[in-house]
Write a protein that binds this ligand. Sequence first.
Ligand code: SF4
Length: 184
Amino acid sequence: MTDRAYELLERVASLLRAEQRRESGATGLEPVHLQALTYLALANRYSDTPQSVGEYLGLTKGNMSQRLLWLERHGYLKRSRDESDGRVVHLRLTDRARDALASLSPPRLWREAAGDTVRLGEELDGLLGRLLARGGYRAFGQCRTCRHHERVNGSPYCALIQVSLDPEQVDRLCREHEEPLPAA
Ligand code: SF4
């Protein structure tokens, strides 16, 4: 038996990738580059590493490294060493990357044709959560919804890493995010 919702999601995803290729023209940006940039625009300071990008997109280390190198060489990304642990590399978007995301992600076709997607977004959010949980994948959830998120002296605090959090970081995605425990 065919699953119409699955077929439609596959078709919509393929169409949007094709449209991103068409709209990106001669820039050479591919959909996977845009996905990596979109993730990095949302990731917190513990999750903007090459390894996290690979995990989020489900790509092998070699494949992800090549994609990130391409983005760096073409002026979309900058690397910086962590101030307290020199082994950790952070990836930062350049203005060029932000301009590319503003025009290509989502592509113009989506903005013109999709209409009101609030309810659809809520349903897909639930579906994604079930798929991630069932498949044993990291959820990469928003920091403010994490079970380790606390407030100490009125400021956001991570009980897992035991550090104070910048208020602007609490709306971002974190690779260590864990769903709150169910109420007893
Ligand atoms: S509270 Fe959770 S989501 Fe936020 S930084 Fe800590 S582990 Fe990550």
